[in-house]
Design a protein around this ligand. Structure first.
Ligand SMILES: C[S@@+](CC[C@H](N)C(=O)[O-])C[C@H]1O[C@@H](n2cnc3c(N)ncnc32)[C@H](O)[C@@H]1O
Ligand SMILES: [Zn+2]
Length: 402
């Protein structure tokens, strides 16, 4: 056992052994260690102001989930750092029964508890100091399970997925952040295959491939336990990707979702991509015959964001909150692209190939729609667009849009 181990609220140790400063995030006033520098790892307590948007979306998802749950919500943040995420759940989501926080670092657990007390949230918040897998395993029995589990580790959430799935209540939501983008975007393909069970791709849409690899790892892990993980919201922002999935205890549903696993076959010469459920046997591009091709997968090819949920998040958003403009833009792009096919193009890559000036992605989207194709902008990148049009039609439209 570590120095600080809170069992419920029985062991109170809210004295901090370091100098602190305060800041406000959402409805919570946080005390943080002076000299805290998460990027250089000088402090054992983690707080990153670049993740506020990430946490804002988590709050909206919890509010949406709360409206479906009879009785109070039970939420768990098993790698809590300063406690900010879990405390915001407790303070900003109505109808929360209990928020369970834990961190392997004693100082982080101590600070989380201190922040819970100083925000008058300790009545609904428990803090423990424990390994996340141990903590989640303790909650994997009936009566202890949780509606929402939020995995926010350093790097990859994969080591915690199995125990999180076991600790989720029927129709609960599993949220996860991944920051190991070099692995997921193809800089270290072997590490990606080992960790996520699929091959990454270094193309203009590698961030989407990353999200689909993470979703694939979750879907297959859940399937092994006879459970179905259905992605309901996903985004790629700054230095990380984030995925929310509904977990159902149904082998039939698991079989259905596993049908959505497959491959993306990409041609670097002509930019065409082919999506298939089975692994393609030929390397040659079907369009131009080039062998400059690569395959990503197996990965999840289905819908990453549910349109109905996305509309609900837009309604639940507080327009007065700081950062609301960025959040509103992200949610409206997510809504626009929710039904679009996998992969996206960027105007820059096409124009470089064709040798024209760069038109705005909006005019390209409008041009493609006018030709009868589906097309949308994408939240993945400002210069990107999604479409079901073939490459020839895309190139013609880009030329006409210039
Ligand atoms: C990215 S930080 C969490 C940030 C926090 N959730 C937030 O929103 O600010 C990751 C945290 O996980 C903790 N951690 C790392 N490995 C862990 C493990 N095996 N079990 C529990 N906590 C762990 C670290 O001490 C660190 O506080
Ligand atoms: Zn080709």
């Amino acid at each position: 056992m570590r120095k600080y181990c809170y069992v419920g609220r029985s062991a109170v140790n809210s004295k901090l052994a370091f100098s602190t400063y305060s800041l406000v995030e959402g409805a919570v006033k946080l005390t943080l260690p002076l000299g805290l520098d998460s990027t250089r790892g000088r402090s054992s307590i983690f707080y990153n102001s670049r993740m506020v948007l990430n946490r804002d979306i988590s709050i909206l998802i919890a509010r949406s989930l709360q409206s479906e749950v009879k009785g109070g919500l039970r939420i768990c943040d098993p790698m809590t750092g300063s406690g900010v995420r879990g405390l915001r759940y407790a303070a900003e989501v109505d109808g929360v029964d209990r928020v369970l926080l834990s961190d392997i670092e004693p100082d982080a657990a101590a600070l989380s508890y201190y922040n819970a007390v100083s925000n008058n949230l300790d009545g609904r918040v428990d803090v423990q100091c424990m390994d996340a897998n141990v903590f989640l395993s303790l909650h994997s029995v009936p009566g202890k399970r949780l509606h929402l589990i939020d995995l926010d580790p350093y790097g990859s959430p994969v080591p915690f997925i199995d125990s999180a799935i076991r600790a989720i209540l029927k129709s609960g939501v599993l949220a996860m952040t991944a920051t190991d983008m070099a692995v997921l975007c193809g800089v270290k393909p072997h590490a990606c295959i080992r960790r996520y069970g699929g091959r990454p791709l270094r193309a203009e849409y590698s961030r989407e491939v990353a999200l689909r690899l993470l979703a694939g790892a979750l879907v297959t892990s859940a399937g092994r336990q006879g459970m179905a993980a259905e992605p309901v919201f996903a985004h790629s922002t700054d230095h990380y990707i984030r995925l929310y999935a509904r977990i159902k205890r149904s082998a039939t549903e698991a079989n259905r979702i596993l049908q959505e696993m497959g491959y993306i076959h990409h041609c670097f010469r002509c930019l065409s991509r082919v999506v298939s459920r089975d692994q393609p046997k030929i390397r040659k591009c079907r369009r131009c015959g080039s062998v400059q091709t690569s395959q990503a997968g197996p990965l999840f090819l289905g819908r990453l964001t549910d349109k109905t949920l996305c509309s609900r998040l837009i309604r639940l958003q507080d327009p007065r909150s700081s950062g609301s403009g960025r959040l509103r833009r992200l949610l409206s792009l997510e809504l626009e692209e929710a039904d679009a096919p996998p992969t996206y193009y960027t105007v820059d890559t096409i124009c470089e190939r064709v040798g024209t000036r760069t038109p705005s992605p909006v005019s390209v989207v409008e041009g493609l729609r006018a030709c009868g194709y589906t097309a949308s902008r994408t939240h993945f990148t400002g210069g990107g667009f999604k479409t079901d049009a073939p490459v020839e039609a895309i190139i013609n439209t880009v030329r006409e849009s210039v």
